[in-house]
Design a protein around this ligand. Structure first.
Ligand code: ME8
Length: 529
């Protein structure tokens, strides 16, 4: 049976429009989803929106709308942004959807029936922006005001005297520690793993999972006056989207098929929710745990975390207009080592664009396709038998590409995967330079050598286009069109497709315009980036 690969992004809050930070996680997941599809897996790629909670209710009120009207207004901006970035998600979940509400209620009922929920009085500090509770020791004081340790906004003393439902999270500390120990790859990268282990070792407290002070949430099935704490509701999206809690046997089969997830992508800000609360919830429900949570770092501009609310977030569409969608995707995922924080800037983006894309990949394509036009009337030359034993450094490197690239993707190392292709690309440019086809073309005696050089360079381009496709789907599709090859999106066995020598002789080759026209930083102006 085909191997499945289920991957998810966080479901983003609808209180703000999508920005480069949320686009980063989503693009990362998309690149991996595209890779696994090409590599023959049955991929299910989920993203979506977190639509409940106080923050959303308050934003709606500020805009003079009901919460449902508000989320319905914002949801399309996410869907359009992801479309604009060529995100190939298979599903898009919104937590206000019936399938989610039913699934959350089924899950809560299960925890209730198993005795993991109890009612007690709760009071404490709460940050509406982060939708997070903080203990007295975590609270920070600024000018006499208690503020959130994360976003530094004033905290609210919540729920005075109210009764809440609690989840017995404290019972899961040892089980979680044992799980991390037995599954060393569960939390990536390792620094994050160490951070979570230390956190759990300090002891987990039971978690308040319901509210009565507002009603924008999912009612508890066993106590209707309470709505579910937004994080408890949100985390369950990873299973409700694939059919958990559905009465439909087809949906139930889908859950069996895709769960457990192969990877949940998250930013480091929400790792505790995903690595402590979520696995404990699943353990309590008797469900398998996801195979991996990968917590990447923050994108920083001028040393600060970029976020819509801090006002330093240029929209992804602004950059796509300048660089094109492929270069956008390539820059963010190749230049920032995935897992670490990464400083991004316009200067650096232009530099990477010009160096890797305009001068290397784009330049290789234009010169080789151009020479094929000039020396072979725009048709792929047959590889001459006389050259079969000649040294072929490009072939050697291109043949190792699958192994190197897939090893990098296995550990979710985008820079490593992009570098593996970049190395072949640089070598191919040198190969063309050193072989000097313009000299070989001067004499009949070197006609075979010329044909071999052009064939090799074109074949290397064909192979590189496939490995660049998860990062840059449009330009790779365009390269395939220019080589009169089939639809690159249909490839589902890249290992076989990338074997050397499959470019058919005689295929028409079209030069086309520059794939990545060079950019000058002086000619670009964009406030705030
Ligand atoms: O936390 N750099 O939603 P959210 C990199 N609804 N990634 C960033 C970033 C930055 N500067 N800023 C944001 C929530 N992100 C919850 C999630 S999941 C069950 C519920 C990305 O809209 C990163 O992935 O605040 C981060 O974890 C996420 O956006 C937070 O999105």
């Amino acid at each position: 049976m085909e191997q499945t690969y289920y991957l998810t992004t966080p479901i983003y809050y609808v209180n703000a429009a999508p920005h480069m930070g949320t686009a980063y996680t989503t693009t990362a997941a998309d690149i991996l989803a595209r890779w696994h599809r090409m590599d023959g897996r049955d991929v299910n790629f989920l993203t979506g929106l977190d639509e409940h909670g106080q923050k959303v209710a308050e934003s709606a009120e500020e805009h003079g709308m009901t919460p449902q009207e508000w989320v319905d207004t914002i949801a399309p901006t996410f869907q359009e942004t992801w479309k604009g970035l060529d995100i190939s998600n298979d599903d898009f979940i919104r937590t206000t959807e019936e399938r989610h509400v039913k699934g959350v209620q089924a899950f809560l009922q299960r925890l209730y029936d198993k005795g993991y929920l109890y009612k007690a009085r709760y009071e404490g500090w709460y940050c509406v922006h982060e939708e997070t509770y903080y203990t007295e020791s975590e609270v920070v004081e600024l000018d006499g005001v208690k503020v959130c340790p994360e976003c530094k906004r004033p905290l609210r003393y919540d729920n005075e005297g109210e009764e809440n439902w609690f989840f017995k999270l404290s019972e899961f500390g040892d089980k979680l520690l044992a799980y991390y120990e037995e599954h060393p790859d569960f939390i990536c990268p390792e620094t994050r793993r160490n951070e979570v282990v230390a956190f759990v070792k300090r002891g987990l407290k039971d978690l308040s999972i319901s509210r009565t002070t507002f009603d924008w949430g999912i009612p508890l099935p066993f106590d209707e006056g309470h709505v579910t704490y937004v994080w408890f509701d949100a985390l369950i999206n990873y299973i409700t989207a694939i059919g958990y809690g559905s009465d439909d046997p087809e949906k139930q089969a889908m859950f069996e098929h895709y769960w457990p997830a192969d990877v949940h992508f998250v930013g480091k800000d929400i790792i505790r929710f995903h690595c402590t609360i979520w696995p404990a919830m699943l353990m309590a429900a008797g469900l398998p745990l996801p195979k991996k949570v990968f917590a990447h770092g923050f994108l920083l501009t001028k040393g600060e975390k970029m976020s819509k609310s801090k006002g330093n977030a240029v929209g992804p569409a602004d950059l796509v207009r300048i660089f094109g969608v492929d270069a956008y995707r390539y820059y963010f995922l190749s230049d920032v080592q995935f897992g670490n924080d990464g400083s991004i800037s316009m200067e650096r983006m232009v530099q990477v664009y010009n160096a890797d894309l305009a001068n290397t990949w784009g330049n290789l394509c234009s010169r080789v396709l151009n020479m094929c036009g000039k020396y072979f009337d725009g048709q792929v030359p047959a590889f001459p038998d006389s050259q079969a034993d000649a040294p072929n450094p490009l072939r050697d490197l291109a043949e190792g590409l699958y192994a190197e690239y897939s090893a990098a993707m296995d550990v979710i190392d985008y820079s490593g995967a992009a570098d593996a292709v970049g190395k072949v690309c640089t070598l191919a440019n040198h190969y063309v330079e050193d072989s000097a086809p313009w000299n070989l073309a001067k004499s009949e005696e070197t006609a075979d050598e010329l044909a071999a050089v052009i064939y090799n360079a074109l074949e290397a381009i064909r192979i590189m286009a496939m490995f660049y496709a998860p990062f840059m789907p449009n330009t790779s599709a365009e390269v395939f069109r220019r080589l009169s090859l089939g639809d690159i999106a249909g490839i589902d066995d890249v290992e076989a497709a990338a074997r050397w020598g499959q470019l058919p002789a005689g295929n028409a080759v079209v030069k086309g315009d520059a794939l990545f026209p060079r950019l000058k930083i002086e000619e670009i102006s964009l406030e705030g980036f």
